[in-house]
Design a protein around this ligand. Structure first.
Ligand code: AMP
Length: 216
């Protein structure tokens, strides 16, 4: 029994190595405000540092305001690469960041989300407001439908997303969300375990929603 368990664990780690995909560009969704707690800004800075230390390019909303500005400034000042994607209409309102490796100015919000998705091979939401939630859920639902097979993380800094995590639990219990689709969302409080889980994510573990239609 003991041997089987050990071998299973060994095979598990082999499988993770085989499927491991190197994250090269991570899209970070986050607030255009700094939020009420210093921990939110600290999380943006820590995540930015970690991206640079791991040679990962930041893809984000291209603004200087709020947590977006904080993570971008951190990446730039640490010598990393940052790509912003901002709609023309927000260039003045959210004050486009002019110190980036690249700034894509697009026509619409939809184009912004699509461009950020195309440029990135992983997504993480830091604390934020309606825009952050919209961006997170759009990419989450695209994943649920099998339109991409990229990892998606939720940084639950100081429990900011506890209510959302609880609601997803409720949606599973009420049979509107499948458990494996809820489990697609990688939830961590700290950047380092988050990055480890993004890096070892196995795209083969995803079940596109349409496959299960007969189960209902
Ligand atoms: P918030 O979390 O509301 O502070 O917004 C974070 C970022 O999301 C800001 O850059 C917003 O412009 C952006 N945002 C808001 N709504 C959308 C949308 N529908 N599509 C793309 N980005 C959005």
């Amino acid at each position: 029994m003991q041997q089987t368990f050990t071998r299973g664990r060994w095979l598990g780690s082999m499988a993770r190595t085989i499927y491991a995909q190197q994250v090269q560009r991570a899209c970070i969704f986050c607030g255009s405000s700094p939020g009420a707690r210093p921990a939110y800004t600290e999380a943006a800075e820590d995540l930015g540092m970690l991206l640079v230390q791991n040679g990962i390019t930041l893809v984000f909303g291209g603004a200087t305001v709020g947590l977006m500005g904080r993570i971008a400034d951190t990446v730039v000042s640490e010598g990393g690469e940052a790509i912003g994607v901002i709609p023309q209409a927000l260039v003045d309102r959210e004050i486009a960041h002019l110190g980036l490796t690249d700034l894509h100015v697009v026509d619409t919000m939809h184009e912004r989300k699509q461009r950020m998705a195309d440029l990135s091979d992983a997504f993480v939401a830091l604390p934020g407001g309606l825009g952050t939630l919209d961006e997170l859920f759009e990419i989450y639902t695209w994943g649920q439908l099998g339109m991409h097979r990229k990892p998606i993380g939720l940084m639950n800094v100081e429990g900011y997303f506890d209510g959302l995590v609880g609601f997803l639990e409720h949606a599973v219990a009420e049979r509107f969300v499948r458990e494996d689709h809820r489990d697609m969302l990688i939830i961590e409080e700290e950047p380092t375990p988050m990055l480890e889980r993004l890096q070892s994510f196995d795209p083969a573990s995803l079940t596109p929603k349409w496959i299960d239609r007969q189960d209902v």
